[in-house]
Each structure stands twice: as C-alpha cells, then as structure tokens.
Design a binder for this molecule. Structure first.
Ligand code: UFG
Length: 353
C-alpha cells in the first residue's frame, strides 16, 4: 500500500504542483483547502496530468472541531505538507490580525490534529523572508532570522518557532522549507499561478501585461546597489520546488539520520535582477512588455539569493530548470488561461484592478 499524504492548500499554486509530484512518486494524496484563494477546478487539472484524482475536501483548518474530525476520519495519513495560509505581503500590513489569526490558528489546529492520530511528519512552507536583508550573500540557513518586514513574514517566523517547540516535546518530526521566489508553471500548462485580482508578484504581472490585461509593468526602483540598479531575487521553478517537498518527506520517512527539526533553503543559488527577468521573458517568448521605472516598493529588500549547499548535500536535491524555462512555462500558462482553460475566472483574473 502506498503512503497517504495530506496536502493542505493543495489546490493553490505550489500545493497543486506538489500534489502532482507526490502522485507521480507513487503517493496517495489527499487535499484540504478552504478555497479562499483558489478553485476546486484545479483538482480536475491535477487528474488530467497524473491520471489519478486526489481526494479533495473543502476544509478550513481554522475550524478546530472540523479539523479534528477530518483527521479522525483519515487516521492513516502518514505525513502532512502544509501550504494553507494567506500570503499577500501588502495586505498583511493593512489587516495583520487576519494573517495572524488564519496562519497561526490553522497551524496549531493542524499540529493538534496530527498528534491525535499520531501522524508525526510535517513539511512546512516557509520563506526566505525570515532573513530580511541578509548581511552576507548567498544567505545560508545559519544566517540570523531578522525582524520580519511584514505581518505575513512574521507568521512564517512564528510558525517555524511553533513547529520547532512542538517537535522538541512531542513525536513530531518536521522540515521547514524556506522558499526563495517560485515562478513558472507545470510543463503541461494545465496548472499554474492564479493570482487574485492585481498580482503582487513580478512574473504574473509580467505575463498579464504581455497579454494586454495590464497596461504597464512598473519596476519598483532602479537605484539599488546592483548591476543594473533593479532588485535581485533568486527565482526558482515551481516544479523544482515541488520536487523538494517529496524529497523532504522521504527524508523523514526513510532511515537517513536526521534531526527532529530541520530547515532548508530552496533556491537556485543564482540571483537575477528585475530587468534580467523582463528581458529574458521578452527574448524567450518573443513578446514585448510595456514597462517603466517607478519608486521603490516599501518593505522590499535590495538583494537576496540562496546558499543551496545544505539542500544539495544534506537533502540531496538541486534545481534543474533555468530562468528561460521558468519564463516560457509562465507564458504558456498565461496563454492557456486566456483561452479559457479554467472557464469563467472572473473571481481570479477579473476586473479587480
Ligand atoms: N517587482 C516589480 N514590479 C512588480 C512586482 C514586483 O518591480 O510589479 C519587483 C519587486 O520590487 C522585487 C521583485 O520584483 O524586487 C520580486 O517581487 P515579488 O513581489 O515577485 O517577490 P518578493 O521577493 O517581493 O516576495 C516574495 C514572495 C513573498 C515572500 C518574499 C520573501 O512573494 O511571499 O518573496 O522575500 F515573503
């Protein structure tokens, strides 16, 4: 019998790609998602890719009673990958309690429910935001966690602490994966990123501008201390990222020596400027993007990219796909969305400007 894995937030962007990789590695996958920022149609899309339909339940992990009931019903879950959380950095600065309430209570309820059925393996979706602007680059896992720049970022820091504390006093084993900047879409172009309203992130803004859905891309600042003045990030293909979750889970389930709680950076180890991304997008896809330079965005760090040695050597994982593949796949997905692959997407793409 293959192992049963629960993916929370499994119809979201990174969650859905991870479900595909899990299924293709032979796992049986269950998804819970409250659909607050996603659509159940993604379950059909996953099935189209893998030929297997993951089990789906609409569930809000903030509901403790429902969460416990779900776990009692599925007491053979052997591991959990936890993505379900709010993630809009800007919004979190205007409604911090919404973020603290959702992201932290859902984690606590999840951990309690896992204890209830003695499910002791957790992979947690964390972020390089915990490093703030690091003093040394590339940034390694041993760099100090800095004061969060947003309530969203703070929920990632606090969540890591909650998981660490719990792992030291229970049977829980956990791995936090600190993502750099996930972009791109599955090569089938059947799943990808679905930003709600105006995208906050660079690549969906680029694809929507290229498609004519947005008039103009603004580059937030060209006076940073970088080669072309625009900010640097470590962009990672979402499929490479998804694969790391399977490896992390297998590390806990296997007999390799590991600590109860571990942290890994997930990046390529290479930084690209905003301008690099725009120019690469234009050249690999043969499309032009309207853009102009604007003021810096408050809260943005100047430059960050990952030291990937720990993930490479200890986890035995490394990225395979480059920026060109990432940006091609993002464009293929945008074109599919525009053709109506998900039908009426007003809620996601719609008129919210
Ligand atoms: N950018 C633009 N114009 C845009 C959007 C973004 O110039 O319209 C720039 C940003 O200023 C930044 C870069 O593109 O320099 C990347 O911005 P994103 O918003 O795509 O990504 P961030 O690095 O700001 O944020 C990401 C995740 C967060 C996470 C953070 C950690 O989206 O969840 O990394 O550093 F907290």
């Amino acid at each position: 019998m293959s192992k049963k894995i629960l993916v929370t937030g499994g119809v979201g962007y990174i969650g859905s790609h991870t479900v595909v990789e899990l299924q293709q590695s032979g796992y049986q996958v269950l998804i819970v998602d409250n659909l607050s920022n996603s659509t159940e149609k993604i379950v059909d899309q996953i099935e189209k890719i893998t030929g297997t339909r993951p089990g789906f339940t609409k569930l809000d992990l903030g509901d403790r009673t429902e969460t416990l009931a779900y776990f009692k019903k599925h007491s053979d879950i052997s591991g959990v990958i936890h993505f379900a959380a709010y993630k809009a950095v800007g919004e979190s600065t205007t409604v911090p309690l919404k973020y603290y309430h959702n992201n932290l209570f859902s984690l606590i309820n999840l951990l309690e429910a896992m204890d209830e059925i003695q499910c002791n393996s957790l992979v947690f979706s964390s972020s390089c935001t915990v490093y703030g602007q690091p003093e040394e680059l590339p940034v390694s896992e041993s760099a100090p966690v800095q004061k969060a720049l947003s309530p969203y970022g703070n929920t990632k820091q606090i969540s890591e602490e909650i998981i660490y504390d719990h792992s030291q006093t229970s049977a829980l084993e956990a791995i936090s994966l600190r993502y750099f900047n996930p972009i791109g879409a599955h090569e089938s172009a059947l799943i990808g990123e679905l930003p709600l309203g105006v995208p906050n992130n660079l690549v969906p803004f680029i694809t929507q501008t290229a498609m004519g859905k947005r008039e103009m891309l603004k580059i937030w600042g060209d006076d940073y201390n970088t080669i072309d003045g625009t900010a640097i990030r470590d962009y990672i293909h979402v499929v490479d990222l998804a694969k790391a979750h399977v490896v992390a889970l297998e590390r806990m389930h296997g007999d390799k020596k590991h600590q109860r709680y571990e942290v890994f950076n997930l990046g390529t180890g290479e930084g690209s400027t905003v301008l690099d991304v725009i120019l690469t997008f234009q050249s690999v896809n043969g499309v032009k993007i309207n853009y102009q330079v604007a003021e810096r965005r408050p809260g943005d760090v100047e430059k960050v990219w990952a030291d990937t040695r720990k993930a490479n050597e200890v986890l035995g994982w490394k990225t395979e796909l480059g920026l060109d593949v990432m940006l091609k796949s993002a464009w293929e997905w945008e074109k599919k969305l525009n053709e109506g692959i998900l039908g009426d997407l007003d809620k996601f793409r719609g008129n919210i400007r």
